[in-house]
Design a protein around this ligand. Structure first.
Ligand SMILES: N[C@@H](Cc1ccccc1)C(=O)O
Length: 508
């Protein structure tokens, strides 16, 4: 029997009784593993070898995981600092404990987002407590990191890490799980017979070379066949992120519904973010726990003068002859303070005021799909930033039916037809409604937005004389309803689950 050289080498190295992996055969034949794999497939086709496949999972620490294995997890550091500060008896000031912990930069966020989850204590309103019974030595994640430390690739089956812990470590980007397909090869009886009868090496050529061409030898040689079934490395091309794709789709839908896009600054004066919305200056959401203030500059110099006094007037005394204001102090300096916008309703107030593109005549419809920033506690449905789908319609005689009808039309474009409305309160809308949708896999009601009809007290100072209905919807929540994502961190931010995203088929 005549076979190409590599196949003869593999047959001679393989065995009828002991299965050998492709890697072992590559070592024995001194051929590259790809060549051995190719030869093995050919030989399998000829009935000369039997191939068994299995998928091996191995674990390895990432650089960050190795760092914590070497030192310790940030949440443990925070716990130790909290104990030091006596937080097992009395709640301690968060800022002080963090300062003493030596944690810095992302380490602080990491510590905060894992502390309560792992039972080290509670963080609430700027204070931290430490649970005296918590035991860092029994921290399953820390122990798993220690078990993996120093090893390159550890087979998953050989370590005792429970599934939940492993999942957490992978989510946190501290371990990496890789899969490899292992092929084990044994000789068939036919091969044994052929080997005994003696094999001859057939000269085959894998690639045409310039020499073969110039010498004309190419006409006489035998070319190796292509093996289209051989494994090749999977190449993942770049792709537009599903969140970005959906944002584009949302924009298309809204443009199709007659809306124009608004643009404006991520950092803005509280005036546009809050004061123009008739948000009292002592409103709880305006304290530093919810907003991200700026260190430098802290304030803008000027605001549109006439508008400032009209807004101040509305806050103090309300609008119209029977108006009711807050009768509380209103400070222009407070209004000039800069912050990362907590909603894109700041864009709506800018446009409605006429300062962006001039006075807007009804009927008019505007929208934006942009990032907003909130100092929330991280959890499966909250991040410190998300994309808001802002929108408003200016027209005579708008009613709640117009508002609800608009949402039904909008969400239907994304296959969502069971929107529910719940009465709500916003200082700037009356009536106000929260929107809910049903999560496709958990069946739970998910809050997807907030809406209402702008109040007189807000519109009059801005110089708007007819009705305006408006809303802010969360883009990430829309994706959760569309695709069944359960954790916002899977689709937003640096911890995105790439495999999950790659395997999600965009449905529009
Ligand atoms: N600004 C609101 C959304 C909203 C916009 C306009 C009117 C009513 C509500 C929020 O962020 O939740």
């Amino acid at each position: 029997m005549q076979l190409p050289e590599s196949q003869v080498a593999v047959l001679e190295a393989a065995n009828a009784d002991d299965a050998q992996s492709v890697d072992a055969l590559a070592a024995a034949t001194e051929l590259p593993p790809e060549t051995v794999t190719g030869a093995v497939f050919e030989l399998e086709d000829e009935g000369l070898v039997a191939v068994a496949e299995r998928v091996d999972e191995t674990l390895a620490l990432t650089d960050e995981g190795a760092e914590y294995a070497d030192s310790q997890l940030p949440e443990v550091t925070l716990y130790e600092a909290a104990l030091e500060a006596g937080a097992d008896d009395d709640p301690a000031q968060m800022g002080r404990v963090i300062g003493q912990s030596g944690l810095e930069g992302p380490g602080v966020d990491i510590a905060l987002s894992n502390y309560a989850r792992k039972g080290y204590g509670v963080i609430d309103s700027g204070e931290i407590t430490a649970d005296a019974d918590a035991d860092p030595a029994a921290d399953a994640e820390a122990n798993a990191l220690a078990a993996l430390e120093g090893a390159d690739e550890t087979p998953v089956d050989s370590v005792e890490i429970d599934e939940g812990t492993l999942e957490q470590l992978e989510r946190r980007g501290l371990v990496e799980i890789s899969e490899t397909t292992v092929r084990e090869v044994t000789l068939t009886e036919l091969a044994v017979t052929e080997l005994m009868a003696g094999l001859e090496t057939a000269e085959t050529v894998g690639q045409v070379t310039p020499e073969l061409l110039t010498s004309g030898d190419w006409a006489d040689v035998e070319f190796a066949e292509y093996n289209v079934e051989a494994d090749a490395e999977r190449v993942e091309g770049g792709n537009v992120h599903i969140l970005r794709q959906t944002a584009e789709r949302v924009k298309d839908v809204l443009v199709g519904m007659g809306f124009q896009e608004m643009e404006g600054p991520h950092v803005d004066a509280d005036f546009w973010i809050n004061d123009c919305l008739f948000m009292p200056q002592d409103h709880p959401a305006r304290t530093h726990w919810d907003r991200f203030a700026l260190e430098e500059p802290t304030h803008i110099d000027d605001l549109p003068e006439g508008l400032v006094s009209d807004v101040e007037q509305a806050h103090r005394q309300g609008v119209g002859p029977d108006g009711e204001g807050y009768h509380s102090p209103w400070d222009e300096d407070f209004a000039r303070a800069l912050a990362l916008r907590g909603h894109t309703t700041s864009l709506s107030t800018r446009y409605l005021s006429g300062t962006e593109i001039g006075e807007i005549e009804p009927p008019a419809r505007f929208f934006s799909v942009e990032k907003v920033y909130r100092n929330d506690t991280l959890d499966p449905t909250h991040l410190l930033e998300f994309f808001q789908i802002e929108g408003w319609v200016m027209a005579e005689d708008l009613s709640v039916r117009d508002l609800m009808g608009t949402f039904e039309e909008f969400y239907a474009q994304f296959g969502i037809t069971d929107i529910q409305f719940k009465p709500h309160y916003n200082p700037y809308t009356e009536p106000s409604f929260e929107l809910f949708g049903t999560h496709p896999t958990t069946g739970e009601l998910v809050e997807i937005g907030n809406s209402g009809i702008f109040r007189e007290e807000m519109l009059e100072p801005l110089g708007v004389e007819c009705d305006v209905m408006a809303w802010g919807l969360a883009l990430e929540r829309l994706l959760m309803l569309m695709y069944g994502f359960e954790d916002i961190r899977d689709i937003h931010g640096t911890l995105c689950d790439l495999d999950l995203l790659r395997n999600t088929e965009v449905t529009y």
